[in-house]
Ligand binder design. Sequence first.
Ligand code: 3PG
Length: 213
Amino acid sequence: MTDRPTIEDLLAPVAVIPVLTIEDISDAVPLARALVAGGLNVLEVTLRTAAALAAVETMAGALPEAVVGVGTLTRPEEIVAALSAGARYAVSPGFDPDLVAAATRAGLPYLPGVATASEVQRAQRLGLGTLKFFPAEPAGGIAALKAFAGPFPDLRFCPTGGIDQSNAADYLALDNVVCVGGSWPAPADLLASGNWQAIEERARAAAALAARR
Ligand code: 3PG
């Protein structure tokens, strides 16, 4: 038994999940502080760098008000590592029933990715109700999500990939979109230069999109 929230519980209050790729562990806490100060408190740290799990641990420890999860999860063993680091949820770019089973066994709220109707069908058969739609823009964007609403009226999506401040509101206006993800609040150049003020301002603008849902 677990008293962990579901992925739906975690995403319900959120409009934008910043997708973070952290190269330097010393960036983790100032980055998280800037995002939370701007109003984004559900954070996704991609497992693409050597510093990722340590970043999750230090962010979760320093900012209890943040909900820190991992992204780019592609192997079942990463679920255990993510949980040990203090991750509250996990996200994958693609759909893999073995990962769904591993996340369920571990009790970790999980958002797998889909890009096609076939993947949505398989996810639906496993009982999943909320999915990442990735890569959103190349995979058909808003038109694809509108098309999914016909055959899959009960499914909800978090589109990610090619979304930024200019098009996020259009996605959030769709009934089957719960939130969007993207790297635009904390892009690599602002991270590299340690421009926390600019990241906080981007986070504030992104958080304001909640009103557009
Ligand atoms: C990713 O996996 O990199 C995310 O989907 C972010 O995509 P973006 O950089 O296009 O926002």
